[in-house]
Design a protein around this ligand. Structure first.
Ligand code: ADP
Length: 459
């Protein structure tokens, strides 16, 4: 049963339940109708017997006088008259009824004859002179119970027809209800078979459970499509980024190998190759970091930590780095801001933001500066890193958190060395913020500076 299709199982359960209900109803109807027929037969028998007595008057001497036209067969009842000693005076019992049945006034008896069943009722009527007369009424049960038998027959033929109709109805209902499932399965098979993740499952007309299921599956396919696309883009981006330095190295090698060179020319060529190799190395390192952190997404080690202390120590550390590049780093940190999170990841987030603020300083400004702030806002910790650097063009703002995105236009004016820039830092920042249940946003104006804001849930 377990391996049968839902349609078949539904039909079987449904038919079984219906059959039980119909059988129980039939039994109830049959029982009631037989009870009713019996009660009616007894009542009829009693009435006919009593009516018989009322037609037999007594003469002046007190003896019962049986009228000559006394009918012994009325309303399906045969009447037999006996005197007080049990001698039959009028009427005849059915031939198959046992002889010499004792007369017992006021009792109903059900007696089986060879041809059928009989219901008997005897009544004794005493007369004034001490005489008595018995009337025995006999009902042929078959006749009286025919209504019940007919009901039973109707039920017996009706039941299989009803069961058949129920099975057909069940199959139709199950098919109608589950038809969308077949559609969903086919569409899902086509999507997985053809590998076309841009397709979606058809939504059923009614907004029922299957509609919700299709919608959820469509969302899942959408997310899968996004993930596949991101992977594809990622590989393309990595290849692109690696191609540039590798092409430079190849070109340099080919150029140097064309003819003999002086040692200083070789040194110069090797230095170019070294710088390109460094670039590749640095990129590989960043990619490794990113992928390790993404792998660890499900294993973020969350602990309660004092974000104020963490920010303070990072700012102290970065102050020297910034000063080395001529940037003044100042900070304003609210004390005792507690969050749940992974210390290493949060450190990376803070360092990335401060590093960028220093990296994208404006060389034309007299006093390049970065201000760091930690405050509390509606149950959240708010981290702000603001600089007066080169700023970000509006068209780039929507993309800077994407992997490998570099706002080239702004970079033209920046003092950032190309070796340091891969467009991976902010995607890491966003991932870390979101992995902690928080968010990151940016406001910026070209030539004015940028302000990055991170919101993290507080303990
Ligand atoms: P990377 O700095 O390695 O290029 P990021 O992901 O950290 O990568 O940054 C993406 C881009 O966003 C950078 O290329 C840069 O153009 C821009 N950007 C990030 N931070 C700033 C900032 N503080 N000021 C100006 N531009 C910035």
């Amino acid at each position: 049963m377990k391996n049968r299709p839902i349609k078949t199982r539904l039909t079987i359960y449904y038919t079984a339940v219906l059959a039980v209900i119909v059988l129980a109803s039939c039994a109830l109807i049959y029982f009631n109708s037989s009870q009713f027929s019996q009660a009616r037969a007894r009542e009829n028998l009693l009435q006919v017997v009593q009516a018989g007595f009322s037609e037999i008057p007594s003469d002046p001497a007190g003896d019962p006088q049986i009228p000559t036209g006394f009918s012994v067969y009325r309303s399906g009842v045969s009447l037999i008259l006996y005197d007080a000693s049990g001698v039959r005076l009028k009427g005849a019992p059915p031939a198959d009824l046992p002889k010499n049945l004792p007369l017992e006034s006021g009792t109903f008896k059900q007696i089986a004859g060879t041809d059928g069943e009989y219901l008997l009722y005897d009544l004794r009527n005493p007369y004034e002179n001490g005489q008595a007369l018995y009337i025995r009424g006999i009902y042929t049960i078959d006749r009286n119970y025919s209504q019940t038998t007919r009901t039973a027959r109707i039920l017996m033929t009706g039941l299989p027809i009803l069961a058949l109709l129920a099975i057909l109805g069940g199959i139709l209902i199950a098919r109608r209800a589950l038809d969308p499932v077949t559609g969903i399965t086919r569409a899902a098979e086509q999507i997985t078979g053809g590998g076309d993740l841009s397709r979606r499952l058809p939504l059923p007309e009614n907004k029922d459970e299957l509609y919700d299921l299709s919608e959820t599956l469509n969302e899942m396919i959408g997310r899968l499509e996004g993930a596949f696309l991101a992977e594809k883009n990622f590989s393309a981006d990595v290849s692109h980024e690696l191609r540039t330095p590798v092409s430079v190295i190849l070109a340099e090698c080919e150029h140097e190998l064309e003819q003999d060179r002086t040692p200083s020319e070789y040194r110069e060529a090797l230095s170019t190759i070294q710088s390109q190799c460094r670039r590749i190395m640095s990129m590989i390192e960043q990619l490794l970091k990113l992928s390790r952190q993404l792998d660890a997404a499900s294993m973020i080690e969350e602990e309660e930590l004092d974000l104020s202390l963490l920010c303070e120590s990072i700012c102290c550390e970065m102050e020297g780095v910034a000063a080395g590049k001529g940037v003044r780093l100042t900070w304003d940190i609210a004390p005792d801001v507690l969050v749940r999170g992974d210390e290493t990841l949060l450190m990376r987030l803070l360092i990335n933001l401060i590093n960028n603020a220093v990296k994208y300083r404006d060389p034309n400004k007299n006093e390049p500066s970065v201000s760091f702030a930690l405050s509390c806002e509606d149950g959240k910790a708010r981290i702000e890193v603001a600089d007066n650097g080169i700023g970000i063009a509006e068209s780039d703002l929507d993309h800077i958190f994407e992997r490998f995105y570099k706002a080239d236009k702004s970079r033209d004016h920046s003092v950032a060395a190309p070796d340091e820039s891969f467009g991976l830092g902010l995607s890491m920042v966003r991932w870390i913020a979101e992995a902690h249940g928080g968010s990151v946003s940016v406001e910026s104006q070209v030539g004015e500076g940028s302000r990055f804001t991170v919101l993290l849930p507080r303990v």
